[in-house]
Design a protein around this ligand. Structure first.
Ligand SMILES: [Zn+2]
Length: 338
């Protein structure tokens, strides 16, 4: 098959479009013909070698396609599917408790295993989700990782309730656009930040109640103005060092901050007096459970959640696609078409 592989870590010039061995299904697995694979920030970290990976390596966590090889009668060859990106052992306490993203062997498709920047990918049957005919492959590939992440952050970690105020940082990011929609769907009032007026307009289109230009405006001051000095109940963080102090200043008494990333750096300051006196909860979040993805997918398949696709590239141009992602000009997902 054709695939995008890297044989060493580095910048986008290490990504090669080349022949790679066809994957074969082992017991309990199927092979999927990839039709679309969305990019994630994780792909960039993997390429740069933030964690050790088997080389040569094929990235790609967010896949939609068709079953190409299967011995499972419920997943016949040709069936349209999207893939759960979270891989877990399926037999430990966390997995059997329905908290598979806490599995000691938890991994994301395209990290320790080969992913979807290829014509074919191998995957366990429990990671396969049948896809309704009405949903295209590109839109389907844009859904799993970011909507799963945002769902787990808002509903499982922060326990969002209807009527609460939520601040979503980086409306144009994959997690940002998903969080705005999921919070809105659950009856929250959503405030969102972005760096351009165009992105702020798009954030409003997908459900943000009010928006803040984080380059031109003082985010905590605007949040105080929107909330009558109170602050928000939930902050959705993934930016890290560059925004942490401001995010804390946006919190109401008793508020929860959930973070799933630190794109700009991982050192954060914390004034413990505010933590206890204002009763903040600061929470980490990583991916989500298989059950959560199926629940979120119900809203996707019924049209109530719509992943935003910014742009597609052909598989062979994955290097250009990753460079585009790293420039941060997109609103929504960047997707490879295979
Ligand atoms: Zn497990």
């Amino acid at each position: 098959m054709k695939a995008i592989r890297f044989h060493e870590h580095g910048e986008t010039d290490v990504l090669r479009y080349e022949d790679a061995p066809d994957p074969r299904a082992r017991p309990g697995e199927v092979v999927v013909r990839v039709r679309a694979c969305a990019l994630n920030r994780l792909d960039v970290w993997n390429r740069r070698g933030v964690v050790r990976l088997p080389l040569p390596h094929i990235s790609g966590a967010d896949v939609a396609g068709e079953i190409a090889e299967s011995s499972d009668s419920e997943l016949p060859v040709g069936r349209r599917v999207l893939l759960q990106p979270g891989l877990s052992c399926g037999r430990c306490e966390a997995c059997l408790d329905g908290r598979d993203n806490l599995c000691p062997k938890y991994d994301v498709l395209g990290s320790q295993s080969d992913g979807g920047y290829a014509e074919f990918v191998r995957i366990a049957v429990q990671n396969v989700v049948p896809l309704p005919d009405a949903i295209g492959f590109v839109e389907a590939a844009a859904f799993p990782l970011t909507f799963l992440t945002a769902w787990h952050m808002l509903l499982t970690r922060a326990r969002l309730r209807a009527g609460e105020d939520v601040l979503v940082l980086g409306a144009g990011s994959g997690v940002g656009q998903a969080a705005i929609q999921i919070a809105g769907l659950h009856g929250a009032r959503v405030f969102a930040t972005a760096g351009t007026e165009e992105k702020l307009a798009r954030a409003r289109e997908i459900g943000a109640h009010d928006v803040i230009n984080h380059h031109a405006q003082d985010v905590p001051a605007e949040i105080k103005r929107f909330t009558n000095n109170r602050g928000v109940d939930v902050v959705i963080e993934h930016v890290g060092e560059a925004t942490w102090d401001r995010s804390i200043k946006c919190m109401a008494r008793g508020a929860r901050l959930v973070t799933c990333g630190a794109t700009t750096g991982y050192r954060a300051n914390l004034d413990l007096r505010f933590l206890f006196a204002r009763q903040y909860s600061l929470m980490g979040s990583y991916m989500g459970t298989k059950g959560e993805l199926l629940r979120a997918a119900r809203f996707f398949f019924s049209g109530q959640l719509r992943p935003v696709v910014d742009r597609t590239f052909p598989l062979a141009e994955a290097a250009a696609a990753q460079s585009y992602l790293e420039r941060g000009e997109q609103f929504g997902k960047v997707v490879l078409e295979v």
